[in-house]
Design a protein around this ligand. Structure first.
Ligand SMILES: *[C@@H]1O[C@H](CO)[C@@H](O)[C@H](O)[C@H]1NC(C)=O
Length: 329
């Protein structure tokens, strides 16, 4: 099997996974394929009798604003960031050392700028949909009630026979309010706004931290990153302030967003580093003596002058490695 063919299959496979993820998110968001778990409530329970804050669109952070920030800002920052990194590499001729080894078969040479940008944005988009699926699955399975649940549910306490506060109502048809609002008020745990905003902020913060290496940014980078995290934090807190979520929903949303961002950045995109570091840390020819812990190397002038030679060796090794891989598949 040729290398090009296996590459095509791998690409196709990734497209299928991506399409499946988007479909699942779509079914959760826009259809009632998955029915919400119906939780009961105590008569007059004061945790659920907060005033109804109006539809999500009237919130201080409406869904349209949140979604455009969460999709627009990272796309913009990553495209600008990758372009700058690429231009700097071309300017310092580091580019030739770094990316000549990455050929996709004999025919094509993918521009490393395009390749990195597509990878980082693709993983980001995947994570966004994954976060959405986690959140929706949690909401549907638990069916936890919003702080304003009883206000939109409008149960007829006389008909339900509520004589004391400790009486628990499990009747699924107890609500006389507008059904759409009632269903919405049953989907609160975890908070979607909290999860999406913290996922976007953390992914972006980690991108900025590991990509920008300019001098004099020692304090500017943390300030920028913590500023992003603060915005995400406020987005979550705002949900509590507007009686749309309990604080536990927001904390659960934060945890989901943080976990998915950390997992994707650390395990999947390898902290936004190029492939070269992987080859340096795990040379293919001496796998037997592979070090468990890699020690960061300090480059001395002699090594720098020898770099050109090493790159050639590395390119050969890379091609050999790829051929072996193609034969295995
Ligand atoms: C509540 O239920 C009682 C008894 O079934 C009925 O008489 C009353 O009209 C109902 N109230 C409302 C507001 O629907």
């Amino acid at each position: 099997m040729s290398f090009q063919f296996s590459l095509t299959i791998m690409l196709y496979f990734q497209m299928v996974i991506m399409a499946g993820t988007v479909m699942l998110a779509y079914y959760f968001e826009y259809t009632d394929t998955f029915t919400v778990n119906v939780q009961g409530f105590f008569c007059y329970d004061s945790s659920y009798t907060k005033p109804y804050p109006g539809p999500d669109e009237s919130s201080d952070i409406p869904p349209v604003l949140l979604l455009s920030l969460v999709t627009g800002v990272p796309v913009l920052v990553i495209i600008v960031g990758e372009t700058v990194v690429f231009c700097l590499q071309v300017a310092t001729r580091d580019f030739e050392n770094q990316e000549k080894t990455l050929l996709t078969g004999d025919c094509c040479y993918i521009n490393p700028l395009v390749r990195r940008t597509v990878r980082f944005l693709g993983i980001y988009t995947f994570g966004l949909f994954a976060t959405d699926i986690f959140v929706n699955a949690g909401q549907v399975v638990t069916g936890n009630l919003a702080p304003h649940f009883l206000t939109v549910c409008k149960p007829n306490y006389t008909a339900l026979g509520c004589r004391q506060f400790t009486q628990f109502i499990t009747d699924a048809n107890a609500c006389t309010g507008i059904p759409d609002l009632v269903i919405k008020a049953r989907r609160t745990f975890p908070s979607k706004d909290a999860a999406l905003s913290v996922y976007a902020a953390l992914y972006l913060a980690m991108y900025i931290t590991s990509t920008i290496k300019a001098k004099g940014t020692r304090l500017a980078k943390p300030v920028l990153c913590l500023g992003l995290m603060c915005l995400a934090f406020l987005t979550g807190i705002n949900r509590v302030a507007e009686y749309r979520n309990h604080w536990s929903d927001v904390i659960a949303g934060f945890l989901i967003g943080i976990s998915i961002a950390v997992f994707l950045v650390v395990c999947v995109v390898n902290n936004f580093k190029g492939r070269r570091t992987e080859h340096e840390h795990w040379p293919t020819e001496n796998l037997a003596q592979m070090p468990i812990i890699s020690i960061p190397r300090v480059e001395n002038p002699l090594e720098k002058s020898l770099r050109q030679e090493r790159v050639c060796n590395e390119a050969e090794r890379c091609v050999n490695h790829l051929t072996a891989f193609a034969e295995v598949t």
